[in-house]
Design a binder for this molecule. Structure first.
Ligand SMILES: Cc1cc2nc3c(=O)[nH]c(=O)nc-3n(C[C@H](O)[C@H](O)[C@H](O)COP(=O)(O)O)c2cc1C
Length: 229
Protein backbone atom coordinates (compact mmCIF):
# COMPACT_ATOMS: atom_id res chain seq x y z
CA UNK A 1 0.00 0.00 0.00
CA UNK A 2 1.49 3.37 -0.84
CA UNK A 3 2.01 5.93 1.90
CA UNK A 4 -0.82 8.21 0.71
CA UNK A 5 -3.40 5.42 1.05
CA UNK A 6 -2.00 4.49 4.47
CA UNK A 7 -2.29 8.10 5.65
CA UNK A 8 -5.84 8.28 4.32
CA UNK A 9 -6.74 5.07 6.18
CA UNK A 10 -5.28 6.42 9.44
CA UNK A 11 -7.26 9.66 9.07
CA UNK A 12 -10.53 7.81 8.36
CA UNK A 13 -10.05 5.43 11.33
CA UNK A 14 -9.15 8.35 13.66
CA UNK A 15 -12.24 10.27 12.52
CA UNK A 16 -14.51 7.26 13.12
CA UNK A 17 -13.03 6.71 16.60
CA UNK A 18 -13.50 10.42 17.45
CA UNK A 19 -17.14 10.36 16.30
CA UNK A 20 -17.77 7.10 18.22
CA UNK A 21 -16.30 8.55 21.42
CA UNK A 22 -18.37 11.73 21.01
CA UNK A 23 -21.55 9.65 20.64
CA UNK A 24 -20.68 7.52 23.71
CA UNK A 25 -19.87 10.60 25.81
CA UNK A 26 -23.13 12.30 24.80
CA UNK A 27 -25.14 9.20 25.79
CA UNK A 28 -23.31 8.63 29.12
CA UNK A 29 -23.90 12.21 30.30
CA UNK A 30 -27.70 11.93 29.98
CA UNK A 31 -29.69 11.85 33.25
CA UNK A 32 -31.23 8.45 34.09
CA UNK A 33 -34.99 8.57 33.45
CA UNK A 34 -37.13 8.84 36.62
CA UNK A 35 -40.73 7.62 36.24
CA UNK A 36 -43.31 10.25 37.23
CA UNK A 37 -44.49 9.79 40.82
CA UNK A 38 -48.13 10.57 40.17
CA UNK A 39 -50.57 10.97 37.29
CA UNK A 40 -49.94 14.14 35.34
CA UNK A 41 -52.78 16.61 35.91
CA UNK A 42 -51.23 19.87 34.81
CA UNK A 43 -48.48 20.34 32.24
CA UNK A 44 -46.54 23.31 30.95
CA UNK A 45 -44.88 23.10 27.52
CA UNK A 46 -42.19 25.75 26.89
CA UNK A 47 -40.63 25.99 23.45
CA UNK A 48 -38.12 28.02 21.48
CA UNK A 49 -38.38 28.16 17.70
CA UNK A 50 -36.85 30.19 14.90
CA UNK A 51 -38.78 29.09 11.79
CA UNK A 52 -41.80 27.34 13.34
CA UNK A 53 -40.75 23.67 13.25
CA UNK A 54 -40.16 23.30 17.00
CA UNK A 55 -43.32 25.31 17.59
CA UNK A 56 -45.29 22.76 15.54
CA UNK A 57 -43.75 19.88 17.51
CA UNK A 58 -44.54 21.68 20.80
CA UNK A 59 -48.16 22.13 19.69
CA UNK A 60 -48.42 18.43 18.85
CA UNK A 61 -46.96 17.50 22.26
CA UNK A 62 -49.43 19.82 24.01
CA UNK A 63 -52.21 18.26 21.98
CA UNK A 64 -51.07 14.75 22.98
CA UNK A 65 -51.03 15.72 26.65
CA UNK A 66 -54.33 17.57 26.56
CA UNK A 67 -56.43 14.40 26.40
CA UNK A 68 -55.85 13.81 30.09
CA UNK A 69 -54.22 16.92 31.57
CA UNK A 70 -54.62 20.67 31.60
CA UNK A 71 -51.89 22.00 29.32
CA UNK A 72 -50.39 25.45 28.84
CA UNK A 73 -48.19 26.05 25.80
CA UNK A 74 -45.82 29.02 26.06
CA UNK A 75 -43.15 30.48 23.79
CA UNK A 76 -39.94 30.81 25.81
CA UNK A 77 -39.92 34.62 25.67
CA UNK A 78 -43.23 34.59 27.57
CA UNK A 79 -42.33 31.81 30.04
CA UNK A 80 -42.32 32.59 33.79
CA UNK A 81 -39.11 32.29 35.85
CA UNK A 82 -41.01 30.23 38.41
CA UNK A 83 -43.35 27.35 37.60
CA UNK A 84 -47.01 28.14 38.31
CA UNK A 85 -48.38 26.16 41.28
CA UNK A 86 -49.81 22.75 40.44
CA UNK A 87 -47.64 22.05 37.39
CA UNK A 88 -46.53 18.42 37.67
CA UNK A 89 -44.96 18.10 34.21
CA UNK A 90 -42.67 20.59 32.48
CA UNK A 91 -41.81 19.91 28.82
CA UNK A 92 -39.03 22.02 27.30
CA UNK A 93 -37.89 22.01 23.68
CA UNK A 94 -35.85 24.02 21.23
CA UNK A 95 -33.95 23.79 17.96
CA UNK A 96 -30.44 22.31 17.91
CA UNK A 97 -27.94 25.04 17.06
CA UNK A 98 -24.21 24.25 16.76
CA UNK A 99 -24.65 20.84 18.49
CA UNK A 100 -26.55 22.22 21.50
CA UNK A 101 -28.99 24.83 22.73
CA UNK A 102 -29.09 28.11 20.82
CA UNK A 103 -27.10 31.15 21.87
CA UNK A 104 -27.68 34.83 21.00
CA UNK A 105 -25.14 34.49 18.17
CA UNK A 106 -26.78 31.41 16.60
CA UNK A 107 -30.23 33.02 16.89
CA UNK A 108 -28.87 36.06 15.05
CA UNK A 109 -27.45 33.68 12.39
CA UNK A 110 -30.87 32.02 12.08
CA UNK A 111 -32.55 35.39 11.54
CA UNK A 112 -29.93 36.32 8.94
CA UNK A 113 -30.46 33.01 7.10
CA UNK A 114 -34.23 33.60 7.09
CA UNK A 115 -33.90 37.22 6.01
CA UNK A 116 -36.92 37.82 8.21
CA UNK A 117 -37.96 37.96 11.84
CA UNK A 118 -37.85 34.67 13.74
CA UNK A 119 -40.32 33.49 16.39
CA UNK A 120 -38.03 33.36 19.45
CA UNK A 121 -36.00 36.48 18.83
CA UNK A 122 -35.89 37.73 22.43
CA UNK A 123 -34.41 34.76 24.28
CA UNK A 124 -33.84 30.99 24.16
CA UNK A 125 -34.31 27.97 26.40
CA UNK A 126 -30.65 28.14 27.52
CA UNK A 127 -31.19 31.60 29.07
CA UNK A 128 -34.64 30.68 30.42
CA UNK A 129 -33.39 27.51 32.13
CA UNK A 130 -30.52 29.52 33.65
CA UNK A 131 -33.10 31.80 35.29
CA UNK A 132 -35.65 29.11 36.26
CA UNK A 133 -36.12 28.51 40.00
CA UNK A 134 -35.07 24.98 41.11
CA UNK A 135 -37.79 22.48 41.99
CA UNK A 136 -38.12 18.98 43.52
CA UNK A 137 -38.14 15.56 41.81
CA UNK A 138 -41.94 15.36 42.27
CA UNK A 139 -42.18 17.62 39.23
CA UNK A 140 -41.60 15.51 36.14
CA UNK A 141 -39.88 16.94 33.08
CA UNK A 142 -39.26 16.06 29.44
CA UNK A 143 -36.81 17.50 26.92
CA UNK A 144 -37.08 17.54 23.15
CA UNK A 145 -35.44 19.25 20.22
CA UNK A 146 -35.51 19.56 16.48
CA UNK A 147 -32.50 18.66 14.33
CA UNK A 148 -31.62 18.82 10.68
CA UNK A 149 -32.18 15.21 9.54
CA UNK A 150 -28.69 13.66 9.20
CA UNK A 151 -27.85 10.04 8.45
CA UNK A 152 -28.78 7.97 11.53
CA UNK A 153 -25.20 7.39 12.77
CA UNK A 154 -24.53 11.13 13.17
CA UNK A 155 -27.83 12.00 14.81
CA UNK A 156 -26.80 11.91 18.47
CA UNK A 157 -23.50 13.75 18.40
CA UNK A 158 -24.79 17.05 19.71
CA UNK A 159 -28.32 17.94 20.63
CA UNK A 160 -30.24 20.71 22.33
CA UNK A 161 -32.50 18.14 24.03
CA UNK A 162 -29.57 16.42 25.79
CA UNK A 163 -28.42 19.81 27.13
CA UNK A 164 -31.98 20.71 28.17
CA UNK A 165 -32.39 17.36 29.99
CA UNK A 166 -29.09 17.96 31.83
CA UNK A 167 -30.21 21.45 32.91
CA UNK A 168 -33.60 20.13 34.06
CA UNK A 169 -31.92 17.39 36.14
CA UNK A 170 -29.57 19.95 37.73
CA UNK A 171 -32.61 22.07 38.63
CA UNK A 172 -34.02 19.05 40.50
CA UNK A 173 -36.73 17.89 38.07
CA UNK A 174 -37.46 14.19 37.67
CA UNK A 175 -36.53 13.82 34.01
CA UNK A 176 -38.99 11.13 32.97
CA UNK A 177 -37.66 9.91 29.64
CA UNK A 178 -34.65 10.11 27.36
CA UNK A 179 -34.50 13.36 25.39
CA UNK A 180 -36.41 13.03 22.12
CA UNK A 181 -35.41 14.38 18.72
CA UNK A 182 -37.68 15.45 15.88
CA UNK A 183 -36.31 15.89 12.40
CA UNK A 184 -36.53 18.74 9.91
CA UNK A 185 -35.44 18.92 6.29
CA UNK A 186 -32.36 21.16 6.13
CA UNK A 187 -32.18 24.18 8.38
CA UNK A 188 -35.56 25.81 7.90
CA UNK A 189 -37.77 22.77 7.51
CA UNK A 190 -40.43 21.60 6.97
CA UNK A 191 -40.64 18.80 9.54
CA UNK A 192 -40.04 15.32 8.15
CA UNK A 193 -43.33 13.50 7.38
CA UNK A 194 -45.02 11.98 10.44
CA UNK A 195 -43.04 13.95 13.04
CA UNK A 196 -46.07 15.75 14.49
CA UNK A 197 -47.93 12.45 14.96
CA UNK A 198 -44.80 10.97 16.58
CA UNK A 199 -44.59 13.97 18.95
CA UNK A 200 -48.24 13.50 19.96
CA UNK A 201 -47.70 9.79 20.62
CA UNK A 202 -44.47 10.42 22.57
CA UNK A 203 -46.27 12.79 24.95
CA UNK A 204 -49.19 10.40 25.36
CA UNK A 205 -46.77 7.57 26.15
CA UNK A 206 -45.46 9.47 29.13
CA UNK A 207 -48.95 9.97 30.53
CA UNK A 208 -49.59 6.25 30.22
CA UNK A 209 -46.34 5.57 32.09
CA UNK A 210 -47.45 7.90 34.92
CA UNK A 211 -50.84 6.21 35.12
CA UNK A 212 -49.22 2.79 35.66
CA UNK A 213 -47.17 3.69 38.74
CA UNK A 214 -48.17 1.13 41.46
CA UNK A 215 -48.89 3.83 44.07
CA UNK A 216 -51.21 5.72 41.76
CA UNK A 217 -52.66 3.09 39.44
CA UNK A 218 -56.02 3.20 41.21
CA UNK A 219 -56.22 7.02 41.22
CA UNK A 220 -59.00 8.37 39.03
CA UNK A 221 -57.90 10.02 35.79
CA UNK A 222 -58.44 13.81 35.79
CA UNK A 223 -61.05 15.36 33.52
CA UNK A 224 -59.83 16.21 30.04
CA UNK A 225 -59.21 19.89 29.46
CA UNK A 226 -56.66 22.05 27.70
CA UNK A 227 -55.70 25.67 27.22
CA UNK A 228 -53.06 25.69 24.54
CA UNK A 229 -51.95 28.76 22.63
C1 LIG B 1 -27.30 28.78 13.44
C2 LIG B 1 -27.84 27.37 13.25
C3 LIG B 1 -27.08 26.29 13.67
C4 LIG B 1 -27.58 24.97 13.50
N1 LIG B 1 -26.84 23.92 13.97
C5 LIG B 1 -27.34 22.65 13.83
C6 LIG B 1 -26.61 21.53 14.35
O1 LIG B 1 -25.55 21.65 14.95
N2 LIG B 1 -27.16 20.29 14.18
C7 LIG B 1 -28.36 20.11 13.55
O2 LIG B 1 -28.80 18.97 13.45
N3 LIG B 1 -29.06 21.15 13.06
C8 LIG B 1 -28.58 22.41 13.19
N4 LIG B 1 -29.30 23.49 12.71
C9 LIG B 1 -30.62 23.24 12.10
C10 LIG B 1 -31.69 23.47 13.17
O3 LIG B 1 -31.72 22.41 14.08
C11 LIG B 1 -33.04 23.73 12.51
O4 LIG B 1 -32.96 25.00 11.94
C12 LIG B 1 -34.17 23.70 13.53
O5 LIG B 1 -34.39 22.39 13.99
C13 LIG B 1 -35.44 24.24 12.95
O6 LIG B 1 -36.36 24.42 14.01
P1 LIG B 1 -37.13 25.82 14.19
O7 LIG B 1 -37.86 26.07 12.92
O8 LIG B 1 -38.03 25.59 15.34
O9 LIG B 1 -36.09 26.86 14.50
C14 LIG B 1 -28.83 24.77 12.88
C15 LIG B 1 -29.58 25.89 12.45
C16 LIG B 1 -29.09 27.17 12.63
C17 LIG B 1 -29.92 28.34 12.18
Amino acid sequence: MNSFLLLLLVIVVAALVAVGLAVLRARRSLPRPVAPRAPIRRALVVYESMYGNTQRVARAIADGLSGVATVDLIEVGEAPAELPPGVDLLVVGGPTHAFGMSRPRTRADAARQAGARVISERTGVREWLASLRPTGPATAALAFDTHASHPRFFRHIGSAAADIAGSLARLGFGVAAAPEHFWVAGSQGPLDPGEEQRARAWARGLLDLAAWQPSTASSPRPEASSSTS
